[in-house]
Ligand binder design. Structure first.
Ligand code: Z5A
Length: 221
């Protein structure tokens, strides 16, 4: 298709379907001729990313952090950008990232009430000044998202699942405020319904960037 390299991100609360939708979109984009790299935060970018992910998802660790949590997410993101995202964009690839800066704004800023100014200031400095061209914000009631995540995680480490619904309501509202502030970049997607129905909504929201994009269930492969 010959698009220039770019960063697309998925955002939303836990269980909203970001990972599922990132995989479906990658399939659709590849079928249209794009080279696609799918990655996630925290955790993208090899050993440093996975080590920081383990640390940031450990309840004993994150409960003990204050402003340091913002710096740790920023450090993980800076490494992710340098080691994976920016080189892929430079090669002309479409990078799809499952969570990015808006998660820091919504979780650390709106959810935990930590300094929004610090988050913004850090993300003015290279390489953290890299912004997605388009962000798909999957919007879902926290009760539904946490039920989905709990079903999947039976027997696995649950991470944030003991957070209260009110915390996730604050996070959801934080995402909504970002979408209201930046409507051109951030597109709100109704995340209820079958995965393929959500995927078709997302394809519709990307046709201005990828006019030949076709939902995976219409590919006929
Ligand atoms: N975090 C942060 O605080 N600050 C930051 O800056 C960043 C992150 C970058 C990462 O957790 C945690 O890091 C996250 C915020 C914090 N904590 N929380 N909450 P993670 O990576 O382990 O988890 P997650 O990002 O929240 O993703 P998730 O739980 O895997 O959810 P998801 O990717 O949105 O959903 P999914 O995996 O595609 O789907 C979840 C389940 O629902 C699965 O069984 C699917 O098959 C099912 N599913 C998916 N779509 C549907 C539909 N449409 N209907 C029904 N069922 C569905």
């Amino acid at each position: 298709m010959g698009n220039d390299g770019m960063l697309l991100t998925f955002e939303g609360i836990e269980g909203a379907g970001k990972t599922t939708q990132a995989a479906l979109l990658a399939r659709a984009l590849r079928a249209s001729g794009c080279v696609v790299t799918v990655t996630r935060e925290p955790g993208g970018g090899g050993k440093v990313g996975s080590t920081l992910r383990r640390l940031l998802k450990d309840p004993e660790v994150w409960r003990s952090l204050e402003l340091a949590e913002i710096y740790l997410y920023a450090a993980a993101r800076a490494h992710h950008l340098e080691s994976l995202i920016l080189p892929a964009i430079a090669r002309g690839e479409i990078v799809i990232c499952d969570r990015y800066l808006d998660s820091t704004r919504a979780y650390q800023g709106s959810g935990r009430g930590r300094s929004a100014e610090l988050i913004e200031e850090l993300h003015l400095l290279p390489p953290l000044d890299t912004r997605p061209l388009r962000t798909l914000l999957l919007d879902l009631a926290p009760r539904v998202g946490l039920e989905r995540a709990a079903e999947r995680e039976i027997g696995e480490e649950a991470g944030y699942d003991d957070e209260s619904y009110s915390f996730f309501e604050k996070v959801r509202r934080g995402f909504e405020v970002i979408a209201e502030r930046e409507p051109e970049r951030v597109r709100l997607v109704e995340a209820a319904g079958e995965p393929l129905a959500v995927h078709r909504r997302i394809v519709g929201l990307l046709l201005d960037l990828f006019p030949r994009l076709v939902p995976v269930d219409s590919l006929g492969d």
